[in-house]
Ligand binder design. Structure first.
Ligand SMILES: *Cc1c(COP(=O)(O)O)cnc(C)c1O
Length: 227
């Protein structure tokens, strides 16, 4: 965590920004509730999870962390919107009007509204989810009619590359879109490219490996080995 903090600090200085402008989201997917608790006691408060079901299992074990805030950063299917609305403070991966409406209906049952970011697909990769820039006006129109959602920004995940500079054009494009539509938050940057993201204006960086080490591999299925 100190290593990540000093990397953030250096990037912040290079960019002439303030550390307080950037929220570090610790990506805890595949790690246990105990690892999340440890990270909380080390000072982290915001956590990112990719899978609704996985987090639904961990969530009951984490009710002793009063100030923790959980972000959903993985693709959300509309049929899981209701459960996601119960579990997460921030949904970073809204990408369709229908999903916004489902989240709004689910959020109506909560005390507080849900913060939402729109996930943008800025590359042609088939495997990625997210909305295209052309879809933003319609998404904003829908969000404006969702009183229980607070749409705060845009999120993206560029194609993975060893070379962080490859991410820069995507980060620039996300920043330009956020400025165009007057959205204050920009969630971009992971372990390999967060310094570049900070230089390009990130306000949320999502870091897993650099904080927790490599994610645990699923245990081999012993029945499959015997078969
Ligand atoms: C897993 C994941 C991260 C964290 O990736 P690291 O390379 O481990 O830092 C960030 N954002 C999203 C959307 C992810 O799925």
């Amino acid at each position: 965590m100190q290593l990540v903090e000093s990397r953030i600090e250096k990037a912040v200085q290079r960019a002439g920004r303030k550390r307080s402008e950037i929220t570090l989201v610790a990506v805890s997917k595949k790690f246990s509730a105990d690892r999340i608790r440890e990270a909380y006691h080390a000072g982290l408060r915001e956590f990112g999870e990719n899978y609704v079901q996985e987090f639904a299992a961990k969530h009951p074990l984490l009710n002793d962390l009063p100030d923790a805030r959980f972000h959903l950063i993985g693709h959300l299917q509309t049929n899981k919107a209701r459960l996601a609305a119960e579990l997460f403070h921030v949904i970073e991966t809204a990408d369709s009007p229908k999903l916004l409406q489902r989240l709004d209906a689910a959020a109506a049952l909560r005390v507080s509204s849900i913060e939402v970011l729109l996930e943008m697909k800025l590359s042609a990769e088939e495997s990625k989810s997210g909305a295209t820039p052309e879809a933003i006006p319609q998404l904003l129109e829908t969000a404006a009619q969702c009183p229980h959602l607070q749409l705060s920004g845009l999120m993206t995940m560029p194609p993975w590359s060893e070379d962080a500079e490859q991410s820069r054009p995507y980060f620039k494009q996300l920043a330009a879109l956020a400025a165009q539509y007057n959205l204050p938050k920009l969630s971009m940057g992971m372990s390999n490219d967060f310094e570049v993201a900070i230089e390009e204006g990130a306000t949320i960086i999502r870091i897993g490996t650099a904080l927790f080490g490599p994610r645990p591999k699923p245990q081999p299925d012993s029945s499959a080995i015997q078969a």
